[in-house]
Design a binder for this molecule. Structure first.
Ligand SMILES: *Cc1c(COP(=O)(O)O)cnc(C)c1O
Length: 392
């Protein structure tokens, strides 16, 4: 199975069949599991075997299929599936740090990740240093011999900054620090995190894995020692395990992940090429486009720039809102990685609460729009974007 390509693994890896021999993976909606004897119950609590489950908060056959399939795609030994991407981020960080520890993180983070690092870990006495993730020298300066953990978003949201992961891993591992990568943007299809040495790869499976805007989910992928050690222990006792219905939805969605994400990424590159240099735009950010400041390192790490790009409409908020309101196919929303294309205005929605100086540092201007490219015909999307820009 290890030599299967990702497309084959995405369809078959981790399948477990019940005694009925069903083709489509079964959804086990059960809270607990029955034991034939008191001795069997005792034995399972001493050590549960591969196909033995105790309680849905600890594990479930549907969840396990999803975890095994996702781990196989990522190229890690194991995975733990969580209620949401944030449950996964929180779990990974809380399970592995304690008071007095030092953590280094890139500054350009999803807002809730920043909250967990600064507010939650900070409250428990973890010392956080934030750096400009695109600056290798900043990582070199911030990571100390006593640094416990390094956290980063491989490609940041919403401005699509790319981090030189091999460099960060090298510096972190020289201090025996664990590297935790929030990998929503690269997707499991184009992921390079585990290959480049990340210790834990965290997904919001809400995004490309579900891919159709339905259910929240998340996962932490990594070595068996970490996943079935501190991660599982923390998650099972604090209630972060994914609901089997969501696990089943995401498991089935993995079957089409490769096809969907490749099609969306191809369309995103076409949109980037069509909009680059447009007279109404002051900026376009897409890692695969040669104009991206980290284009070389992005392409060294991954063959694709992913399914999201950012543009900056000239003329500030007013012009930008005129553009957004003129879109006919794109939906105005705060999500991304849906089959339906989505336009987001981070400054007034997802990043509204950030102080202005932080918005400036992160490049979140009043004209910035994040475009998530869906499964529609890219020619239609380009026409829609151009007619909306013409309305500005
Ligand atoms: C969406 C997202 C999350 C949070 O995921 P949820 O499933 O919404 O909890 C975390 N990190 C990144 C980078 C994300 O894009």
């Amino acid at each position: 199975m290890t030599e299967w390509s990702k497309r084959t693994k995405a369809v078959h890896a981790g399948t477990r069949r019940s005694q009925y021999g069903e083709i489509s993976e079964a959804m086990f909606l059960t809270q607990a599991f029955a034991y034939p004897t008191a001795e069997a119950a005792e034995a399972r609590f001493i050590e549960a075997g591969e196909d033995e489950f105790i309680y849905a908060r600890y594990g479930n056959p549907t969840n396990r299929m999803f975890e095994d399939r996702l781990a196989m795609l990522e190229g890690t030994e194991d995975a733990f599936a969580c209620t949401s991407g944030m449950a996964a981020v929180n779990g990974a960080l809380m399970a592995l740090t304690q008071a007095g520890d030092h953590v280094v993180s890139s500054r350009a983070l999803f807002g809730s990740c920043l909250y967990v690092l600064e507010e939650v870990l900070g409250r428990f006495g973890v010392d956080i240093t934030l750096v400009d993730g695109t600056d290798n020298a900043a990582w070199d300066a911030a990571i100390r011999p006593d640094t416990k953990l390094v956290f980063l978003e491989a490609i940041s949201n919403p401005t699509l900054e790319v981090i030189d992961l091999a460099h960060v891993v090298k510096v972190a591992h020289a201090s025996d620090a664990l590297v935790v990568v929030d990998n929503a943007m690269p997707t499991p299809v184009f992921s390079y995190a585990a290959k480049l040495g990340a210790d834990l790869v965290v997904y919001s499976t809400t995004k490309h894995v579900d891919g159709q805007g339905r259910m929240l989910g998340g996962a932490i992928c990594g070595s068996r020692d970490l996943i079935r050690g501190p991660i599982e222990t923390y998650m099972k006792h604090t209630g972060g395990a994914i609901n089997p219905f969501a696990a089943w939805t995401h498991l089935k969605a993995l079957e089409t992940l490769d096809l969907r994400v490749r099609a969306q990424a191809d369309s995103t590159m076409q949109v980037a090429e069509a909009l680059a240099g447009h007279a109404k735009l002051s900026r376009l950010s897409y890692p695969q486009h040669p104009s991206h400041p980290q284009h070389a390192v992005a392409m060294e790490q991954s063959p694709s720039g992913g399914t999201v790009l950012a543009i900056e409409v000239k003329g500030g908020k007013e012009a930008c809102f005129r553009f957004l309101n003129a879109l006919e196919i794109f939906t105005i929303s705060n999500n991304f990685a849906d089959a339906k294309s989505i336009a987001t205005h981070p400054a007034t929605t997802t990043h509204q609460r950030l102080p202005q100086d932080q918005k400036d540092t992160l490049g979140i201007s009043d004209g910035l729009v994040r475009l998530s490219i869906g499964l529609e015909d890219p020619e239609d999307l380009i026409r829609d974007l151009k007619q909306a820009l013409a309305a500005v």
